[in-house]
Design a binder for this molecule. Sequence first.
Ligand code: HEC
Ligand code: HEC
Length: 398
Amino acid sequence: MKMTIIHGVSALLLLSLFIISCASDEDFTDNDTPSNPTTPGEGDDIIDNVLDLPDTPFNYVNINLPNHYNAPPINNSDNTPGNNPITDLGATLGRVLFYDVNLSANNTISCSSCHVQQAGFSDPDRFSTGFEGGLTGRNSMGLANAKYYQNGRFFWDERSATLEEQVLQPIQDHIEMGMELDDLVAKLQVLDYYPILFDNAFGTPDVTSDRISRALAQFIRSMVSFDSKFDAGVAAVGGNFNDNTQFPNFTAEENQGFQIYFTNRGNCDACHGTAATISPEARNNGLFLDYPDNGLGNVTGNPNDNGKFKSPSLRNIELTAPYMHDGSLASLEDVVAHYNNGVQNHPNLDNRLRGNGGQPRRLNLSQQEQAALVAFLRTLTDNSFITDEKFSNPFIGD
Ligand code: HEC
Ligand code: HEC
C-alpha cells in the first residue's frame, strides 16, 4: 500500500486534488500486484489513493471463535437476518462508510467520532458532539457483540427493530450527522472509491441507502470480542466454566470477582449473561426513582416500560466509561456501588434486583469484594479487538 500523509483541515481538498491529478497522471504506477480478483485492476489506484485496504480483504466471515462462543445459548442469539449475511467485501465497505466523514452534512463527523475503537467503540465523553456542535441526549454505546442481542432491537430504548434500520438513524439525526438519505446517496455516488466498493460488495456499482444500511450492519455484526483474559481463562479450563471454576490465569481477586458476578452473591449474569456478557431484553435496573428519560416506556407508551433500557455487552467495559444510558456513573467502582446499595425502588424495578419482601436488593459487599468485582470486569478487556486493523480507520492521512 502506498502512504500519503496529509495533515490539517485542508485534507479533503488536498485529497481531491491529489485524486484528480493522479487520475490523469500516466506515470502513476501501482507497485502492488492485485491479488483480489473481484477488485478490477483499474480501481486499485483509485482506492489506494484514498484508502489503505488489503489486496485480499480482511476475514470478517470465518472467524475462529472459541468453543464457548460457538455453543448455545450464545450462537442461538445471533440477530443476523437471512437476507444480510456478513461477507468480507460487504463488511469492508461497511468499515469505509463507518470512518467516512462524508456521511455527515458538513464532512466533520463519522460514526467513529462517537464510536471510538480504543474505547470499545463508545465515546469517552458523557454525551457526544454532533456535526454542528450539538450534544446527543444519551451516552454513546459500545458496539462489541451487538450481533448477539437476541431480540435484534437497537438503541438504549430499543426503538430500532433491526440493526439495518438503526444504522441509518444517526446519519439522518439532526444533531448527529444531519443528512437526508437521498442527498447522501448522490454524494457518495460521485466519490470515485464508492462505486468500486459497492460493486465489490453487491455486484453492481450502484449506491443505495439499502446497501449503505446492509454494509454498515455487516461491519458492526463482525465486531465480536472474544480474546480477553477471561477468554484465555475459559480456554485454560477446557472451554467451559461453572460457579466453582478457578481460572489458572486469574489473580485470586479476579477469581473472587468472577464468583460474585456469576453466582447468587452478585447475580450479574441474570441480566449480563453467558461468556459474551449479553443481555436478553431491556430492563429497569433501579438507577432512579423517577427517570428523567423513560427509555423503552417512551417508545411503547406503556408506563410499565418506564425506566427500562437495554444494556450493551459488557465486553471491554473498562474502556467504555462513563456508564448507563445517561453516562451518569463515571467509573466501574460507581457501577458496583450502585448495585451494592444504590438500587432505587422504582415500580418497574426488575425482580432480579429485589430481595426478600420485594425491597431493592442490597448486596452488602465489603470494599474488598467490590474491588474484586471491578477486577473481574477488567478481565473482559480485549486488546486484540481494540487494535485489530480490520476494525480501524482505513482512510490514508486521517
Ligand atoms: C454524534 C455521535 C454519534 C454518531 C455520529 C453516531 N453515533 Fe451511534 N450512537 C450514539 C449514541 C449517543 C447512541 C445511543 C443513542 C440512544 O440510544 O438513543 C448510539 C447508538 C448506536 C448503536 C446502538 C447499539 C446498541 O447496542 O443498541 C449503534 C449500532 C450505532 N450507534 C451505530 C452507529 C453508526 C453505524 C453510525 C454512523 C452511521 C453512528 N452510530 C454514528 C452516538 C453517535
Ligand atoms: C435486572 C437486570 C440487571 C442485573 C441483575 C444487573 N444489571 Fe447491569 N445493567 C442492567 C441494565 C438494564 C443496564 C442499563 C441501564 C441504564 O442504562 O439505565 C445495565 C448496565 C450495566 C452497566 C453499564 C453498561 C454500559 O455500557 O454503560 C454495567 C457495567 C453493569 N450493568 C454491570 C452490572 C454488574 C456488575 C451487575 C451485578 C452486580 C449487574 N450489572 C447486574 C441490568 C442489570
